[in-house]
Design a binder for this molecule. Structure first.
Ligand SMILES: CC(C)=CCC/C(C)=C/CC/C(C)=C/CC/C(C)=C/CC/C(C)=C/CC/C(C)=C/CC/C(C)=C/COP(=O)(O)OP(=O)(O)O
Ligand SMILES: O=P(O)(O)OC[C@@H](O)CO
Ligand SMILES: [Mg+2]
Length: 235
């Protein structure tokens, strides 16, 4: 089940705290994207998560929850993705909330459905950057070292270079990619059209598109082919 992430090239991230009309949701779910990730860094509640999950469940593609708040953990997803912020100033966001979750849920946790993600947050203005007070001014070599430490020391299956809201430095992303051997590299942040999606696709394994769904749906839909039609460049 967890291995499904290794087939994902393009993912749409839907935010339970934002409105999306039924016809727009249909277009997103039938776009050819590989999965829907539900998550956000603020305003995520149990009720708005259940509501969005049940709407997405009308379609056949995988639907996974990226957990950012313990109060909004909803049963019924295909996988649970757990952000661990490698460059957070405070270990709360690396392992603190996580240990609280394990204490609280204990044997109820379906570990076979849990996928940890090593986040490297590089936009200090994003909600996640502000909340976690991430050390977002990393050089490319330092970001790559965080990625490699996440892979080699923590065996994380996913390293997520997160520029949420801002298109990132593709040279830096490429350096993180080169530093990884086993972990899958997710890239997200500021994808605005097919051209930026293709650039991100060239340097990462999986491209995540979020805000664009809400600001320009047609452009968002155009990113699916731009990503899936472009191989990752090696080296
Ligand atoms: C019964 C049942 C199914 C039980 C399952 C229980 C389960 C899955 C337990 C999991 C165990 C576990 C270890 C949970 C950890 C929970 C937790 C609260 C972890 C902390 C996550 C974290 C580091 C949050 C900080 C913010 C962050 C990095 C969020 C990631 C998502 C993100 C960046 C979204 C982008 O948000 P957006 O709103 O778009 O941001 P902008 O405003 O900037 O655009
Ligand atoms: O919303 P955008 O900027 O597309 O970023 C996608 C995702 O990485 C956010 O967690
Ligand atoms: Mg967002």
């Amino acid at each position: 089940m967890k291995s499904m992430i290794n087939t994902w090239r393009h993912v749409f991230k839907l935010d339970p705290d934002r409105m999306i009309a039924d016809d727009q949701l249909e277009a997103v779910c039938l776009s050819g994207t590989d999965a829907i990730m539900i998550g956000g860094s603020s305003g995520v509640t149990y009720d708005n998560t259940v509501d969005l999950m049940s709407r997405v469940r009308q379609y056949e593609l995988p639907c996974v929850l990226e957990v950012s708040d313990l109060e909004a953990v909803v049963p019924g997803f295909d996988l649970y993705l757990i952000p661990m912020v490698l460059n957070a100033a405070d270990p709360t966001w690396l392992i603190g909330r996580h240990s609280e979750a394990v204490e609280r849920y204990g044997y109820l946790i379906p570990w076979e459905m849990v996928v940890p993600e090593g986040y490297i947050i590089l936009n200090p203005e994003s909600t996640a950057g502000r909340v976690t007070r991430a050390d977002a001014g990393l050089s490319a070599s330092r970001a790559a070292a965080y990625g490699q430490a996440g892979e080699r020391l923590m065996s994380l299956p996913v390293i997520y270079v997160e520029y949420s809201g801002k298109f990132g430095d593709m040279e830096l992303v490429a350096e993180v990619k080169r530093s990884l051997d086993q972990s899958r590299l997710f890239y997200g942040g500021g994808i605005a059209d097919a051209a930026t999606a293709a650039q991100a696709a060239a340097v990462s394994d999986t491209v995540i598109v979020g805000n664009l769904i809400y600001s320009d749906l047609d452009q968002a839909l155009s990113t699916v082919q731009a990503v899936k039609g472009n191989p990752v460049q090696q080296g």
